[in-house]
Design a protein around this ligand. Structure first.
Ligand SMILES: Cc1cc2nc3c(=O)[nH]c(=O)nc-3n(C[C@H](O)[C@H](O)[C@H](O)COP(=O)(O)OP(=O)(O)OC[C@H]3O[C@@H](n4cnc5c(N)ncnc54)[C@H](O)[C@@H]3O)c2cc1C
Length: 576
């Protein structure tokens, strides 16, 4: 049942208590309650996703952030390598978590990513050959709502049979063919990819979006809602977990079986216990915050806030990784970009009305029109000097995301003109940041430092990404369409100018990971073992993007579902 207030709880003990109804939490809740003898409570800080138009309508995805009622309205600390700018850093605070507000692009990454996880954790269970089954269980390919043929644009054999619906755009934009034709004519410089879910994660492709029947497919719609009527599942929303409480005796390893929560900062705190496990799925910001509030973290840092350390794990909150992204703008010779839609309320309302009527039209597709995953040139001096941080030769350093209009990031949409945006991202970052506590008050946001652009390597990769974006639109298919560059990055000419402009333009692509990273059993670093159990404690598991040992060169929701599916299997085995 879906509960909105703790007073509706009929009991104070469940087999499993999952903290966070996000991408991972809902997938896990759905799988665990397949066993009718397991009782599960999910506690979620945010509100319901039901009926929120900005969540349901794919094209409106960017309207859910920043600073909205369905988002944690976090900001970063001043970013030293971005001219001390403070960035907004939203996460979903709603059923479905960030899978309810994300920009829908669905990529599982290369096989190499998972083979590397296996290497970094010493657990062959993370190899692609083992986790492939979990990818297949999490999502499936569906036709776009327009019903148009997608033959030659996707390979159905690379897809599974799971609940999350994945589809290609149903309403081709004027740039779709230009993107694909450029790839096919580029002699391998920008290789065409029939399907980025093939294991080879390189190439140029139309985006695959987590969209079914023209509507967002999130962990809430795909995993949770279909099973909400199970009698062994309760989901308590609008309730914030404030900490976990140790339930072991003084001489035993700490065991965090009691969860403390409250409706808001002034409300009375209550607790619920798990007879089997508490599972933290609060995401890459929420999970380390709750761990530290519960006395799990760096002993010295916790002490300065008056928190008694129960498990000294200095890596909690460290190793924050994310993909920096920024916008490259071009004037185009067109009257069909989505610029008109954003500027003219009557066009916008007509598109929305069409979506409301039958889930078709522009609004049934996500905001991206194409993606390109690329490697640095093989003679790159940055790789010679700093090494190659990718998982292997089929994994990208760079991503370009194309949009048929002005995608406003740090520069607002100009009042006139028609634009192409090529967003450039570093998907193999070597910068590492952190999440640390600002206060022992659970309602005070933590300090979030993605530490973007801190390494020369990341700067060189972004520079190359800008060059690729410029080169891409010089190809024949763009002749007569793309005109001159514009915007702060577009105006930069020399390498130094481009890097300087990047410091003013970079934002987050919203992919924080690795703040409770896995490491081998017995390692003196890391936060969880390869079975996702917290080191140095008894029976507390972490299941979300915070456990990634390293960030993949991919959008992160599909890898998160893979983690949740494997976790469900590990937990079922542990309690069979
Ligand atoms: C704006 C945006 C755009 C994105 N675009 C894409 C994209 O196009 N493609 C892609 O693959 N990925 C994208 N992502 C990233 C992707 O959505 C995340 O990587 C993924 O959802 C992570 O899953 P998770 O389970 O780790 O965390 P989340 O999905 O964030 O779930 C965590 C949940 O825990 C809850 N929670 C946190 N703290 C507490 C607490 N103290 N008490 C109770 N509940 C709590 C949160 O409210 C949330 O519901 C985007 C993310 C954002 C925010």
């Amino acid at each position: 049942a879906l509960l909105t207030d703790a007073s509706q709880l009929k009991k104070d003990n469940y087999d499993f208590v999952i903290v966070g109804a996000g991408a991972a939490g809902n997938a896990l809740a759905s799988r665990l309650t397949e066993n009718p003898s397991f009782s599960v409570l999910v506690i979620e800080a945010g509100v319901t996703d039901e009926g929120v138009v900005g969540i349901e309508v794919p094209f409106l995805a960017p309207t859910n952030t920043p600073m909205t009622a369905v988002s944690w309205n976090f900001t970063t600390v001043p970013q030293t390598s971005l001219d001390n700018r403070i960035l907004t850093y939203p996460r979903g605070r709603v059923l479905g978590g960030s899978s309810s507000i994300n920009f829908l692009v669905y990529t599982r990454g290369s096989n190499e990513e998972y083979d590397r996880w296996a290497e970094l954790t010493g657990d062959p269970g993370w190899q692609w050959s083992n986790v492939e089954q979990f990818y297949l269980k999490s999502s499936r390919l569906v036709p776009p709502s327009s019903g148009r043929s997608t033959a030659g644009m996707v390979n159905p054999a690379d897809h599974g049979f799971g609940p999350v619906e994945v589809s290609l755009p149903g309403f081709p934009s004027e740039i779709d063919n230009r993107i694909i034709d450029t790839a096919k004519q580029s002699n391998g410089l920008f290789p065409f990819s029939l399907d980025l879910q093939s294991g080879n994660a390189l190439g140029v492709s139309l985006p695959q979006n987590a969209v079914g029947n023209g509507t967002r497919s999130s962990s809430a719609t795909a995993y949770l809602r279909p099973v909400l009527n199970r009698s062994n599942l309760d989901v308590l929303i609008q309730t914030t977990v404030t900490r976990l409480i140790n339930t072991s005796g003084a001489k035993e390893k700490p065991s965090f079986k009691k969860v403390e929560f409250a409706a808001n900062s002034t409300a009375k705190r209550s607790t619920v216990t798990a007879s089997k496990e508490v599972i933290l799925s609060a995401g890459a910001i929420g999970t380390p915050q709750i761990l530290m509030l519960s006395g799990v973290g760096d002993e010295k840092a916790l002490k300065t806030l008056g928190i008694n350390t129960l498990v000294n794990l200095p890596d909690v909150g460290q190793n924050l990784q994310d993909h920096p992204i920024m916008s490259n703008y071009f004037f185009v010779n067109s009257n069909n970009t989505f610029d008109n839609v954003l500027r003219n309320t009557s066009i916008l309302n007509a598109d929305l009305a069409l979506w409301m009527e039958n889930h078709t039209g522009l609004f049934s597709d996500g905001p991206a029109n194409g993606v390109a995953f690329l490697r640095m040139p093989s003679n790159s001096s940055a790789i010679k000097e700093f090494g190659d941080p990718t998982a292997g030769p089929l994994s990208a350093h760079i991503e370009l995301v194309f949009a048929d209009g002005f995608a406003a990031t740090t520069t607002p949409q100009p009042p006139t003109g028609q634009f192409l945006t090529i967003n450039s991202a570093v998907v193999s970052p070597t910068s590492r940041g952190s999440v640390t506590l600002n206060s022992s008050d659970p309602f005070v946001f933590p300090n979030i430092d993605p530490n973007f652009f801190a390494t020369t390597f990341d700067q060189q990769v972004m520079l190359q990404a800008v060059k690729f974006s410029r080169q891409f639109v010089q190809a024949q298919p763009w002749a007569g369409f793309v005109q001159n560059r514009t915007g702060p990055v577009g105006d930069a000419e020399t390498d130094d100018d481009i890097i300087a402009a990047s410091r003013q333009a970079i934002v987050t692509i919203f992919h924080p990971t690795s703040t409770a990273r896995m490491s081998p059993v017995g390692a003196n670093f890391g936060v969880v073992d390869p079975d996702l159990l917290l080191k140095g404690a008894d029976g507390l598991r972490v299941v979300d993007a915070s456990i990634f040992p390293i960030i993949p060169a991919a959008h992160t929701v599909a890898p998160t579902y893979i983690v949740a599916e494997r976790a469900a299997e590990l937990i079922k085995e542990a309690w069979s």
